[in-house]
Write a protein that binds this ligand. Structure first.
Ligand SMILES: NC(=O)c1ccc[n+]([C@@H]2O[C@H](COP(=O)([O-])OP(=O)(O)OC[C@H]3O[C@@H](n4cnc5c(N)ncnc54)[C@H](O)[C@@H]3O)[C@@H](O)[C@H]2O)c1
Ligand SMILES: [Zn+2]
Length: 342
């Protein structure tokens, strides 16, 4: 079994690569499992029958205050106490929601992440951000509550729908584009699938890269963590504008092409990078343009991005593949021009 360690203000936690069987056999005694219906359908047979479980409806709609309350009240009714541990078995929705329930139940109980989507394995399960959405916006209520353990059980990805796997691949490519040129080249050489021999190595590398960034800026305050937002200023706007019909990874895929184009226009990104990124993402089955890319509403949404200050847009831009930096006060005209080039 291989493992990595993530350090945070109050300690550290291991990220272990193991089978789901091993992960479930290692759970603490008083464990309360949160999952969703899809994951339960696929993996019910692996779960010990005696394990207390709460099953959410799949999808972002469950990341709500109502389900947060339901989770807290279920823990209470099922007999959990301060010595209990919450287990999140599922994608990023279950992880964020169960993690937030754990952060608040009796002022905080430990929780273990067993991410079952590629996106959750490479991104949301590490870093300690937990929370729910409000009608006013995504992730508007939340906390920093690091897990006590993360288990990466790659076999869980074999039941993940293909579109969801590609969705996670967008974040994998992003890691290469912003932080690791060798990873980007490797992804260009092999087509990753849930069965690939290379998958373990690639997932591990993405977690290592994210870990280094979040350890340097645990609470997202210094701007260091904001570099992970490459493709996300445009991507979040597209995601919202599409009414969440596009998945997060699909929207940031278009966002990465647009922001590489923007970087080239600003003379920050090496020429030819946006073309390379477009080819890479298309080969992974991800979209590289959006039908309503020229809608003025997209720019309005971007100006409300969390990195924007007084309406001035900020972007994490690649300098060349494998390197990036945060660029503030990007002129609106340049953004419009980059979008129209898509
Ligand atoms: N906390 C963070 O740092 C962080 C970072 C990135 C994203 N997120 C959050 O993560 C969420 C997105 O995560 P996601 O893409 O995993 O979405 P998700 O949890 O909705 O999972 C995607 C779909 O795949 C299904 N699924 C998951 N694992 C499966 C499996 N092994 N077999 C079959 N079906 C499976 C789910 O039921 C769901 O329908 C968003 O809410 C986002 O805000 C959080
Ligand atoms: Zn993302």
């Amino acid at each position: 079994m291989t493992s990595l360690t993530v350090h945070h203000r109050r300690g550290s936690y291991p990220v272990r690569f193991a089978s789901l069987k091993e992960a479930l056999e290692s759970l603490p005694e008083s464990a309360f499992l949160f999952t969703d219906r899809n994951v339960l359908r696929a993996w019910a047979k692996a779960l010990p029958r005696s394990l207390h479980r709460m099953v959410f409806n799949p999808g972002e709609e469950s990341k709500s205050l109502a389900q947060f309350e339901a989770g807290l009240r279920w823990l209470s009714a099922a007999g959990a106490d301060r010595a209990s541990t919450a287990i999140a078995l599922g994608g990023g929705v279950v992880g964020d929601l169960a993690g937030f329930v754990a952060a608040c139940f009796m002022r905080g109980v430990p929780y273990v992440q067993i991410p079952t989507s590629l996106l959750a394995q490479v991104d949301s399960s590490v870093g300690g951000k937990v929370g729910v959405d409000l009608p006013e916006g995504k992730n508007m209520a939340g906390a920093f509550h690091p897990p006590t353990e993360v288990w990466i059980c790659l076999e869980t990805l074999t039941t993940l729908p293909e579109r969801q796997f590609a969705n996670g691949m967008a974040e994998v490519w992003k890691c290469g584009f912003i932080l690791d040129a060798e990873l980007a080249s490797r992804l260009e050489r092999v087509v990753l699938t849930p069965q690939s021999d290379d998958l373990a190595d690639v997932v591990r590398r993405c977690i290592e890269l994210k870990t280094a960034v979040v350890e340097a800026d645990e609470e997202d305050r210094t701007g260091a963590r904001a570099i992970l937002n490459f493709g996300h200023t445009v991507g979040h706007a597209i995601e919202q504008h599409s009414g969440y019909k596009l998945l997060h990874g699909e929207a940031i895929s278009v966002g990465m092409v647009a922001e590489a184009e923007l970087g080239e226009r600003l003379g920050i990104t090496e020429k030819g990078t946006s073309g390379r990124i477009r080819t890479d993402l298309a080969s992974a089955g991800l979209p590289t343009t959006y039908a309503k890319i020229q809608s003025p509403a997209l720019l309005e949404l971007m100006q409300r991005d969390k990195k924007a200050e007084r309406g001035e847009m900020a972007f994490s831009l690649i300098t060349r593949v494998g390197e990036c930096k945060l660029v503030r006060a990007v002129p609106r005209m340049e953004v419009e021009a980059a979008l129209s080039a898509l």
